[in-house]
Ligand binder design. Sequence first.
Ligand SMILES: NC(=O)c1ccc[n+]([C@@H]2O[C@H](COP(=O)([O-])OP(=O)(O)OC[C@H]3O[C@@H](n4cnc5c(N)ncnc54)[C@H](OP(=O)(O)O)[C@@H]3O)[C@@H](O)[C@H]2O)c1
Length: 245
Amino acid sequence: MSVAGQTWWIVGASEGLGRALAQAMAAEGARLVLSARNARRLEDLAAGLRDARAVAFDVTDPLASATAAAAAGPVDGVIYCVGLYTPMTAQTWNPDEACAIAEANFIGALRLLGHVVPAMIVRRRGRVVLIGSLAGHRGLPGAIGYGASKAAIMHLAENLHADLHGTGVAVQVVNPGFIETRLTARNSFAMPQIMPPAAAAARVMRAIAGGRFSTSFPAPFAWLFLLGRWLPLGVFHALLRRGSR
Ligand SMILES: NC(=O)c1ccc[n+]([C@@H]2O[C@H](COP(=O)([O-])OP(=O)(O)OC[C@H]3O[C@@H](n4cnc5c(N)ncnc54)[C@H](OP(=O)(O)O)[C@@H]3O)[C@@H](O)[C@H]2O)c1
């Protein structure tokens, strides 16, 4: 399934994976609507692409989300690629920061997609791509706020998969491992198989083209999380501790 000639809305497009996805989708001939908070970064990006426009807004602002959905107009596809992350343990728990992460990563998606998906159902066409994370498959150390927000996004994708059956609207969830972005710049631990944003974007593009509901990458790192879902939690955490020594 090609994105050439289609209009896609990338939310979280100013930096990192979303920015690389915008470049990859534009190279394939998609028309783009680009969103995030930083209007200048979006406009710089849009100016370098063939057919792209910026709609800057904050996904945690309900009114701005509704206005942005109207400004984006009917789209063939939407990618929710917003990400906020601070390494946080039970010992370093900052409640305001944890809630800000959940607001941006999950509540923002609930709000925004509520403006987009029903209209796709009426048109009987559309594609919804949610960016999850390997960190959403199971509870990990140091991921208070972030881990649960990604698990929630991945669960939302399953809700949509059930509800959208037979409507002409498709949903996919893509769960990356570590990507070299400002999010992971905050990590002080070893990050196996970390990849540049362009490489991760190419994997997401492949997943979109393939049409499979759920994709986790990169292998073999992703296998630990996919198989880990079936392990007792204590065994999974013991494996993680051993791997990080
Ligand atoms: N990096 C990784 O290792 C990794 C691994 C797995 C999954 N992911 C996921 O990949 C996605 C992209 O993350 P990234 O690593 O590329 O991070 P990033 O470089 O920090 O990009 C995050 C994007 O989200 C936007 N954003 C953040 N808060 C927002 C808000 N309140 N309203 C609107 N836009 C907002 C940011 O733009 P503004 O600051 O301009 O608003 C930026 O465009 C996220 O869903 C993340 O969870 C990342």
